[in-house]
Write a protein that binds this ligand. Sequence first.
Ligand SMILES: Nc1nc2c(ncn2[C@@H]2O[C@H](COP(=O)(O)OP(=O)(O)O)[C@@H](O)[C@H]2O)c(=O)[nH]1
Ligand SMILES: [Mg+2]
Ligand SMILES: [Zn+2]
Length: 360
Amino acid sequence: MDKNKNISLEDLGYTSFFETERNQLGLTEFSVARVVSEHKEAYVVKNANGEFFSKITGRQMFEASGREDYPAVGDWVAITEMGEDTAVIRGILPRASMIKRKYRDRTQVIATNIDVAFVVESVNRDYNLNRFERYFAIIENGGVKPAIILNKVDLLSKEESAEKIIELRNRFPDVDIISTSIVKNDGLDELQSYITKSKTYCFLGSSGVGKSSLINKLLGNGAIKTEHVSSYSDRGKHVTTGRQMYFLQNGGIVIDNPGMREVGVADAGQGIDTFFDEISCAAQRCRYNDCTHTHEPGCEVIKVVKSGELDKEKYSNYINLKKEAEYHEMNDVEKREKERNFGKFLKRTKKELRDFGYKN
Ligand SMILES: Nc1nc2c(ncn2[C@@H]2O[C@H](COP(=O)(O)OP(=O)(O)O)[C@@H](O)[C@H]2O)c(=O)[nH]1
Ligand SMILES: [Mg+2]
Ligand SMILES: [Zn+2]
């Protein structure tokens, strides 16, 4: 813990944005610290005085109405230091950005106050362009800049990986792409120099794509350091969520995440439109205001797909993501109505099929 004694709040990502908020909220009597890891009902927070094992106050827990009201990795919190390494969290400073996803009907905050989110995919297992877009939707929705890391390029020939990169460039012309291999040490310098001092970078992607391996390489000293987490283990069982912030030699701040199987875009309707801006632009010229861009006459979106200006895959993924977000936006009555209609539709179809002589 002592090794970080000289670190300043700015080194941890503190900016005038947070200072202004802190003053406006009258929190100047408290110290501020950044949440570096999340455990069961507890957090490790860090500031110039060191790291503190912290819990939130009962009152704050009482006031929290949803998951978003609890601290998350990346948050700036007002604390009361209770001793050399324990503290009480009094409140969360407003967030400059927040990445969240819908998971089993709940909203989960993945990380906050992020500058850039790297979406990592490896070239081998279930490589999928649509998944990138799913991540971009929640990233844009949170006010964060997305970037792509294409990892494990050692598993492809030079030609194959060049082809993959061209495909990515065509599909995502506005997103930075870095291709890497921890086996051949490819692209690691590029990644290192992409990361700048006092900015925060979040690594997202499925389990096994190499997020932790890449962060280990960036840390440059072997295994991911977890000693500050385990040093608290004598205080009871504090299960980590696996989200953890690391500080690089060059001053960059990175957050590792456990792999995610599902990336629900339910709350990210706005993010979908922002990311697919060429579609939203065309959509403004559609004949009908409530155009779903699937079958309507005078639909400008369908027109750009037909003309080849817009990638067909990209279009169909957009429609799918929008449907998913809209379904979640519907209230329960509407959902039941929709399901009932679908049930009727199935019944009708089955009857029609029977009338045609089908058995089922
Ligand atoms: N061939 C190859 N394997 C890699 C590369 N990066 C990571 N791996 C391996 O992929 C597996 C999963 O890596 P890990 O960092 O734990 O993935 P995470 O779940 O995204 O954190 C490990 O066995 C790594 O050694 C790479 O660039 N090339
Ligand atoms: Mg990992
Ligand atoms: Zn339309």
